[in-house]
Design a protein. Structure first.
Length: 159
């Protein structure tokens, strides 16, 4: 680096950054607000939500307050998962009929197979239902956690 023209021995910004680089920096800053994925003024797509799977218990010993918070978090996730009316209907149907195949569940809740399979997958990942396969058909039944949830739903539903 060369000392600046004033002769005090300090390096100025003009000595460090040439004029062409400073101009290029100004151009880059003017484009900073535009993302290459956000062309045409469209808003960016929303980020996909994470699966609503219930987290597994940690093997390490925790203090009771932390365990209580984890239990509250798991309960909140289950309630969020079951907030969809179709999932409530599936849990009720499986509670009343026992192990049922996907086709019968589709007819029971009046939805198509793709939507029903999506709901069943979310319930399966959270541990509410258990799948079993017989030939080409998938049968679903409630797990122990699902049976407890079904009893709570039965108490809440007014007939």
């Amino acid at each position: 680096m060369t000392p600046s023209a004033d002769g005090n021995g300090e390096t100025s910004m003009e000595d460090v950054v040439p004029a062409a680089t400073a101009t290029a920096t100004k151009v880059k800053k003017s484009r900073a607000g535009k993302s290459p994925r956000n062309r045409g003024g469209r808003p960016p797509k929303a980020m996909p939500t994470a699966r609503m799977a219930v987290p597994a218990a940690q093997p390490a010993r925790k203090v009771p307050v932390a365990e209580k918070k984890q239990g509250i978090y798991r309960a909140a996730l289950l309630l969020k998962l079951i907030s969809e009316p179709s999932r409530v209907a599936i849990v009720q149907m499986l509670s009343e009929q026992g192990a049922t195949n996907v086709t019968a569940i589709c007819k029971g809740i009046c939805q198509g197979q793709p939507a029903t399979s999506h709901h069943l997958a979310l319930l399966r990942h959270s541990g509410i239902v258990m799948p079993s396969r017989s030939g080409k058909s998938n049968y679903y039944s409630l797990s122990e956690q699902g049976k407890v949830l079904a009893r709570v739903i039965e108490k809440l539903v007014v007939e």
